[in-house]
Structures are given as C-alpha cells and as structure tokens.
Design a protein around this ligand. Structure first.
Ligand code: GTP
Ligand code: MG
Length: 198
C-alpha cells in the first residue's frame, strides 16, 4: 500500500511566516493559482475526501496548511495566488506569504506547481516559476482537472507547457497530468513524491 494512504493528519494553519511549524521534516508544497485544485489534489493523494478543504469559490485556502503524512513528510496546501473572491488586500497578503514561504523555506524539497489544464500556464505562473528558479527550489508542473477537457486539447496544452518549461532550469523535466476527480495520474504522483520521505 502506498505510504500516501497511511495516516495523515492536519497539523496547523499558519497565517504568517513566524507561525509555521519548525522546519525539520521534509516538505512538499502544492502551489498554483486560486481554484486550480491544490486542496483537492492533497485529498486525492492521501485518499481522503475532506482532509484539505476544497471549494468552488476561488480563495478557499487562506493559510499555509500543514498535513503530516506517516510521521515523516509534511504536505503543505498553500493559498492560491492571483484572482480570488476576496478583498484585494487579503489576496495581496496571501500572495506575499506564499512567495516568502516558497523562496525561503529551507526544508522544502519539492513544489508541485499546479496548472489548470483548461487554461494552461499564465503570466503569474511564469512569474512564480522565475522566482523558484532564482531560489533554486525544485518544482514540477502538474496539470489538473484533465477530466474537463478533450484528449486533443490536453495534448495541445501539455505540449505548450513543455515548451514553456525549456526556459526554466529548476523545473523537473516531466509534467504530470492529473484528475483528482477521476484519480488519473495520482499513482504516478505518489510514486514521484515518495522519494522525499525521510
Ligand atoms: P484555493 O484554495 O481557493 O486556491 O483553491 P484550490 O486550488 O485549493 O482548489 P480546490 O481544490 O478547492 O478546487 C477548486 C474547485 O475545483 C472545486 O470545486 C473542486 O471540486 C474542483 N476540482 C478540483 N480538482 C478537480 C478535478 O480534477 N476535476 C474536476 N472536474 N474538478 C476539480
Ligand atoms: Mg485550497
């Protein structure tokens, strides 16, 4: 059985960098624009329905949420960047928090950078990728919600995402294609992330 299906518990949510858990265990963070499916992916990976709170309304996750997996790996569900149904100053504050976390967390081993497969890589994603390159943080592009588009569209978006990756040296060369809804690509992502277990 995958370690991702073992015990996983919510540890805490942090609203600023000063109130995060100690940077001791290896961490894997889930980042991306609001509503791309970060919280849903954490649930799909861990085989739960409501461990991380997902919602139709962009801007659901407002703190950095830590989930401890099998006493050995921290899964980190981040607030989304970009558009959200919330006051501008709140969105600006989470975006700042997410950027500071991503660029400065010493035990961060991998960022799963989620891209909605209907929309592809946007300017704001490119900005985050540039920041991760600069901070030398290891990251991988994960296309989400692939159940919502046709195979031909997915092929096109995937190709465009690979083309964009060429300019980003810190990015993992493989793009994973997932649907949390249909559980497509979830096993592959677990296999990819298991190597970060302490
Ligand atoms: P924020 O916390 O607001 O930044 O959003 P998020 O990135 O955590 O997205 P969340 O997981 O809350 O999902 C947003 C919406 O997309 C919810 O209504 C989910 O049910 C839906 N969703 C997520 N993943 C999938 C998927 O693979 N397929 C489909 N069809 N819908 C999905
Ligand atoms: Mg969320």
């Amino acid at each position: 059985m995958s370690v991702f299906l073992r015990n996983c518990e919510f540890v805490m949510g942090g609203a600023d960098l000063e109130s995060l858990p100690p940077a001791t265990l290896p961490e894997i963070a889930f980042a991306g624009r609001s509503n791309v499916g970060k919280s849903s992916l954490v649930n799909a990976l861990t085989g739960r329905k409501t461990l991380a709170k997902a919602s139709n309304t962009p801007g659901r996750t407002r703190e950095i949420n830590f989930f401890l997996l099998a006493e050995s790996l921290m899964l980190v569900d981040l607030p989304g960047y970009g558009y959200a149904k919330a006051p501008k100053k709140d969105v600006a504050r989470w975006t700042r928090l997410v950027k500071d976390y991503l660029a400065g967390r010493p035990n961060l081993r991998r960022v799963c950078l989620l891209i909605d497969s209907r929309h592809g890589i946007k300017d704001v994603d490119i900005e985050i990728m540039g920041m991760l390159d600069k901070a030398a943080v290891n990251y991988q592009i994960i296309l989400t919600k692939t159940d919502k588009i046709k195979a031909s569209e997915l092929a096109q978006i995937t190709e465009a995402a690979y083309a964009a990756l060429k300019r980003h040296p810190a990015a993992h060369p493989q793009i994973l294609v997932t649907s949390s809804e249909k559980k497509d690509g979830i096993e592959e992502l677990r296999d990819e992330l298991e190597r970060f277990l302490s």
